[in-house]
Design a protein around this ligand. Structure first.
Ligand code: HEM
Length: 165
């Protein structure tokens, strides 16, 4: 049976096929009107906002203390002069966390001696704990925690004396 290409239906179909083929063979090279912010048809895209970055900063006991997490904000703690951002461990260091006493503080002595006792924490207006009395096994213990924290959290600063900045 002969196909009547002169019928309006077939003509429309033929035009549509020709149009589709030319779109595939000669894709539009015109740039998009606005930069896409989401994945669309494989076009390369940019996220709407840059993710917040973590800056390596110098902290003192006094400037570290506000990062206690009680306000639902960032939680930082220091061990042997290295400041870690432990916000991701809010369950541990947040207000109801088992290790919340270390939040915003120099946790070196508590980590070394594996203790939550109040005297493990140096008051924030006092000079830094020099840790000179620690026993070798306690220093090893502290280093073990530093390794654990380095593998798990972001190092975001160093801790220096209050009057050093
Ligand atoms: C009754 C005694 C204790 C129990 C039952 C206990 C239990 C735990 C448990 C279950 C974890 C989570 C382990 C994981 O998921 O990787 C943990 C982590 C930890 N514990 Fe304890 N703990 C105790 C005592 C202490 C003490 C005395 C310290 C003092 C320094 C301490 C410091 C830590 C720290 C720093 C972490 C790591 C948290 C993190 O990864 O951010 N724990 N503990």
């Amino acid at each position: 049976m002969a196909i009547n290409i002169g019928s309006p239906c077939n003509t429309a179909l033929l035009l549509f096929i020709l149009y589709s083929v030319q779109k595939i063979v000669f894709p539009s090279a015109s740039p998009p009107k606005e930069i896409p912010h989401e994945f669309r048809n494989g076009y390369s895209w940019l996220p709407k906002y840059h993710q917040p970055t973590v800056l390596f900063k110098t902290y003192t006991p006094k400037t570290l203390e506000p990062f206690h997490g009680n306000d639902n904000g960032r939680i930082l703690l220091a061990i042997d002069g290295t400041v870690f951002d432990v916000t991701a461990g809010r369950n541990f260091y947040g207000p109801n966390g088992m290790y919340g006493n270390f939040a915003g503080r120099d946790a070196s002595r508590g980590m070394a001696k594996q203790s939550f006792d109040a005297e493990m924490l140096t008051p924030v207006d006092q000079p830094l704990d020099k840790l000179t009395d620690l026993q070798p096994d306690e220093i090893e213990n502290m280093k073990g925690w530093i390794e654990h924290f380095s593998n798990k959290y972001i190092i975001c600063g160093k801790l220096v004396e209050n009057d050093a900045v």
